[in-house]
Design a protein around this ligand. Structure first.
Ligand SMILES: NC(=O)C1=CN([C@@H]2O[C@H](COP(=O)(O)OP(=O)(O)OC[C@H]3O[C@@H](n4cnc5c(N)ncnc54)[C@H](OP(=O)(O)O)[C@@H]3O)[C@@H](O)[C@H]2O)C=CC1
Ligand SMILES: CC(=O)N[C@@H](CCC(=O)OP(=O)(O)O)C(=O)O
Length: 352
């Protein structure tokens, strides 16, 4: 096999939690060359001033965003920005020939009306949105391969959809019966200062938020409906946990076939994810914890059936900043470039 091409990449939103993961992952990736960092309030500062412990990773200075400059320098651009900004940049970056991976919600919805209902904003980029591919490789690998624009999934949707997908795809559950109880570490909220994210507020405490109305609900439902081949609804409740990283998503759904036992589910899930190196289905009776996934791009799945209620219970653990965000974006890029899906990504987590 010949040498793989080295690709010039840039990050817009480099100072944030997604940006800083990307800097580290790109530095450890054999085929990527980091040539551009962009931002807003951090513009003009060397990245190493913001993150001195990463000074050996890059000596780039964060620049204010100028699409022409980015496109001149980069073949691939990661947009790691608050919702509502990527759609103002992506169409021009694509026009100039860049491949774009958006970590925000802007390109996750094939139906822009759904996006506008939940996120607001005035979208004039329907043509661009129509060519975006949802960046969950385990389900859409074939489409990601040919994509120029990938809308990377949210962290809760990644954990929750991977837990539900085999059940939905194979029509195994009663429609609308899925209930998702999910917990996230605080880094899921990004690096912004907010009162509820203060140590004094969040430590030694667990709280639900966005109850019955979190914006990841329509994202899970739209992908879930695509898998099920019919419109489905889910009940989704997120919780903020007193930890930095990780998502644990526990999914309950009523099985159509009461005769199934948990070993059947292990077999079905193992077969479904047999070509997915970043999903590990655990043996019967084993359930994951978030710490297993910390600093790994792996999603761990544990499955069970409660014979009394005929419910499948699937527990999914990921690192919200890796498989839930920056790691998954690199996984998508690997596929877009025709590289091995695992290239440059951390497999083993930090433990304990
Ligand atoms: N955190 C997580 O676990 C996950 C986050 N996501 C999504 O990924 C995206 C990034 O998240 P995260 O890294 O956590 O967010 P952060 O709040 O940590 O970072 C946001 C970044 O956006 C930059 N930025 C803000 N406004 C502008 C602007 N007008 N022009 C240029 N840059 C701007 C900031 O730059 P500056 O400091 O220079 O102002 C900062 O670097 C978000 O859409 C988020 O919803 C998705 C999955 C998981
Ligand atoms: C703990 C926490 O606050 N988590 C974030 C989810 C992060 C994420 O994936 O959000 P996007 O869909 O905006 O990319 C939240 O609930 O808003």
């Amino acid at each position: 096999m010949g040498e793989l091409e080295t690709v010039r990449v840039g990050i817009v939103g480099a100072s944030g939690y997604g940006g800083v993961q990307l800097v580290r992952l790109i530095r450890d990736h054999p085929q990527l060359d980091l040539v551009y960092l962009g931002g807003d309030s951090s513009a003009g500062k060397p990245f190493s001033d913001l993150y001195p412990h990463l000074s050996q990773a890059t000596d780039l200075i964060i620049e204010s965003v100028d699409v022409d400059t980015i496109a001149d320098r980069c073949q691939v651009v990661f947009l790691s920005l608050p919702n509502g900004l990527a759609y103002q940049m992506a169409p021009r970056l694509l026009e100039k020939g860049c491949k774009v991976l958006d970590l925000s919600a802007d390109y996750r919805f094939s139906n822009l009306e759904t996006y506008k209902n939940w996120y607001g904003g005035d979208r004039a980029d329907a043509e661009t949105a129509a060519v975006a591919v949802y960046g969950l490789p385990e389900l859409y690998r074939d489409r990601i391969k040919d994509a120029q624009l990938v809308g990377c999934p949210g962290c809760y949707p990644t954990a929750s959809i991977l837990a539900l997908a085999p059940l939905l795809k194979q029509g195994m559950i009663v429609p609308n019966s899925a209930i998702i109880d999910a917990k996230s570490g605080i880094s899921g909220a990004g690096r912004q200062a907010k009162t509820n994210l203060l140590l004094a507020e969040a430590d030694n405490s667990v709280a639900a938020y966005g109850v019955g109305r979190h914006r990841h609900t329509p994202e899970i439902e739209s992908i879930g409906s695509d898998l099920a081949g019919q419109d489905i609804l889910v009940q989704f409740t997120p919780h903020l946990m007193p930890m930095v990283r990780g998502i644990l998503s526990t999914v309950y759904a009523t099985l159509r076939d009461p005769g199934l036992v948990r070993e059947d589910l292990v077999t079905i899930y193992t077969a479904f994810y047999r070509n997915s190196p970043w999903v590990r289905v655990l043996p019967a009776g084993v359930f994951p914890q978030t710490k297993w996934a910390m600093n790994s791009n792996m999603c761990y799945l544990g499955v069970e059936i409660d014979q009394r209620t005929d419910r499948a219970i699937v527990i999914s653990a990921i690192d919200n900043l890796l498989k839930g965000q920056a790691g998954q974006a690199i996984q998508c890029l690997n596929i877009m470039m025709g590289w091995d899906e695992t290239l440059g990504l951390p497999e083993l987590g930090f433990y304990p």
